[in-house]
Write a protein that binds this ligand. Structure first.
Ligand SMILES: [Mg+2]
Length: 278
């Protein structure tokens, strides 16, 4: 039995030619792919839906993420991946076209992206201090980063994520590293990752589609759906990640559509496109 689609749902779904997909909570949950991921991927291939993968993760390179996705059965190319590290590197090239030295608090994904963009990594006279997830941050690094900012370097945050639950506790996000430095310098950073709209706007460019032909799919109201609102994109919330249904009511950024997961999404989408004739 097909559930009835309301006009708005069918209108939004049938217009979509490209998806801007969050990773964790949408395509996989931690180390496990979403059940039925293959159904979703097959649908996008069959219907020629273009996918771009957008993550606040700044620790992994697009190459490493491609490999990880491939382990889930998703064949993606590096050009389909936008991380808060690659978006930060792009931002730096816009603000510092002459390039220069950048002080980094971060991991491999961030080092690679900033180096690839033509910047020197160092602490002699940096034009910017970029802060992402850094599982080896220490007092010295906070001190050096803060000193550089107080000396005039631009303070840039890959993202300000608070963290995510992990087995037996919580994994602090990049926001905790940013907060440590912000407490010293007493000025806020420029924020690049979601919920800021920058990565989604880049995603629309990469898809080479109009905004209304795209939709952002995410599992977090305050990050993914908020960014979609700010980028003026249709938004789809899936309940396979961090959001429980009771969190939706009263949210500052209500999603346009809500599904249990991406499999329910494509089932509804098929209906909106009409059953193909045999
Ligand atoms: Mg997520």
């Amino acid at each position: 039995m097909h559930k009835h689609l309301n006009e708005n749902e069918s209108e939004i779904l049938s217009r979509i030619k490209g998806l801007i997909l969050d990773l964790d909570g949408v395509l996989h949950v931690g180390p496990r792919p979403i059940e039925g991921l293959e159904t979703f991927m097959n649908f996008t291939y069959r219907r020629s839906i273009r996918n771009v993968y957008v993550t606040n993760n700044s620790t992994m390179t697009p190459e490493a993420l491609c490999e990880r996705l491939s382990g889930f059965g998703i064949q993606a190319s590096e050009t389909q991946i936008i991380t808060s590290a690659t978006a930060t590197a792009r931002y730096l090239t816009e603000v510092f076209p002459e390039r220069g030295e950048v002080f980094l608090v971060g991991e491999e994904g961030l080092y690679q992206a900033v180096k690839d963009a033509g910047f020197k990594i160092g602490d002699t006279s940096p034009v910017a201090v970029v802060v992402g997830m850094d599982r080896r941050i220490d007092y010295q690094k906070i001190s050096a980063a803060s000193t550089a900012i107080l000396n005039g370097a631009r303070f840039v945050a890959c993202n300000v994520d608070s963290g995510a639950p992990k087995e037996g506790g919580i994994a602090p996000g990049a926001g905790s590293m940013v907060a440590a430095i912000q407490a010293v310098v007493q000025t806020p950073p420029v924020e690049i990752g979601k919920p800021e709209p920058r990565m989604f706007l880049e995603a629309v460019q990469r898809l080479a589609l109009e905004s209304e032909e795209c939709a952002a799919v995410g599992d977090r109201l305050d990050i993914d759906i908020a960014a979609a609102h700010l980028a003026d994109l249709p938004s789809i919330l899936v309940l396979s990640g961090m959001t429980r249904p009771e969190m939706i009511e009263g949210s500052l950024y209500p999603p346009d559509l809500i599904y249990e997961d991406i499999v329910e999404m494509v089932n509804r989408w098929e209906i909106s496109l009409g059953v193909p004739k045999l």
